[in-house]
Write a protein that binds this ligand. Structure first.
Ligand code: ASP
Length: 242
C-alpha cells in the first residue's frame, strides 16, 4: 500500500512546494490519476481548479465523474486522488456509487497509489467520524475506505483558541471546545487511535510505515495523555514509534 495523506492548509509557497514534491513522489510512474471531487458539489469546477493547483504534473488528472461508469475509471487509473471539502458529501457519494470496496481493493490489493487531502485523508481511515465537518447530508454509513488502521483528524491544533474581531485588534480568548476535547468524545464510544495532523502535515504511508512530514501531529488514545511529535518521526499502524 502506498499513500500520501495530508491535512491541508497548504497556504504558503513552501508548503505548496512540499505538496507538489510529495505528490510527484507518490504518483511516480503514473500516467493517469483519477481525481475524486465528491467532497464538493461542483465536480467540473473542482477538477479543473485541482488540475491548475497541481501544476505541471507528469501524469494526467481525470475526474472520476467524467467516466460513464466510475468502476471503469478505477480500472484504468494508476493513481487515485481524493480532494478535500465536506466529508459527509464525499462519504455519501462513495457509498451511493458503491466505490468503498473497489477503492479499498485498488489500493490494498492492486497497490494503486492513493493521495487524500483533508476530507480525502479522513476517508482513508476506517470511519469518517473524526471529521471536523458539519453533517450537511445523511450518509448511508460512517464506514470509509479503511486503507489505514487508525483515524485522522485533519486541521488539528492544540487549542485554546484566541481570536480578534479586527485585523489589528486585541486578542480575545474563545473558551470553546478544543479539538482534543472533541476527539476525547469520539473515544468515549470508540477505541481506535486518532492522529491529529497540524496544517501542512502529511503522512507518507508505505504498508505499515507512516512517516510524518511537513508539520507536527498529536496522537490521541482513549484515556491517555496526548503525545505530540515533530516531523521526521516514523509510526507503525498502531501509531507507536517503536
Ligand atoms: N472540511 C475539511 C476539508 O478541508 C475536512 C475536515 O475538517 O474534517 O476537507
Amino acid at each position: 500500500m502506498k499513500a500520501l495523506l495530508g491535512s491541508g492548509g497548504i497556504r504558503t509557497e513552501g508548503r505548496r512546494e512540499l505538496y507538489r514534491k510529495l505528490m510527484a513522489e507518490n504518483f511516480t510512474d503514473c500516467e493517469r490519476v483519477v481525481f475524486i471531487p465528491f467532497a464538493s458539489n461542483d465536480y467540473n469546477g473542482y477538477t479543473s481548479s485541482m488540475r491548475e493547483f497541481a501544476g505541471n504534473t507528469e501524469y494526467e488528472i481525470i475526474g472520476l465523474h467524467e467516466f460513464e461508469d466510475p468502476l471503469m475509471g478505477l480500472e484504468v487509473a494508476d493513481g487515485i486522488y481524493v480532494g478535500g471539502g465536506n466529508t459527509w458529501l464525499l462519504t455519501k457519494q462513495l457509498h451511493l456509487q458503491k466505490l468503498i470496496q473497489p477503492i479499498r481493493e485498488a489500493v490494498i490489493k492492486r497497490k494503486i497509489p492513493y493521495a487524500g487531502v483533508s476530507a480525502g485523508a479522513n476517508v482513508a481511515s476506517p470511519s469518517m467520524q473524526t471529521t471536523n465537518d458539519m453533517a450537511i447530508t445523511m450518509v448511508p454509513s460512517f464506514e470509509s475506505l479503511g486503507i489505514i488502521p487508525f483515524q485522522i483528524n485533519p486541521h488539528y491544533h492544540p487549542g485554546g483558541i484566541w481570536y480578534r474581531e479586527k485585523e489589528n485588534g486585541d486578542f480575545h480568548q474563545h473558551f470553546g471546545e478544543s479539538r482534543a476535547r472533541r476527539v476525547s468524545e469520539f473515544h468515549e464510544l470508540n477505541d481506535t487511535p486518532v492522529i491529529g495532523l497540524y496544517e501542512g502535515a502529511f503522512l507518507k504511508c508505505k504498508d505499515d510505515e507512516f512517516e510524518l512530514i511537513g508539520n507536527k501531529a498529536a496522537i490521541m488514545r482513549k484515556g491517555e495523555q496526548i503525545l505530540t511529535y515533530d516531523p521526521g518521526v516514523m509510526f507503525n499502524g498502531k501509531l507507536t514509534t517503536a
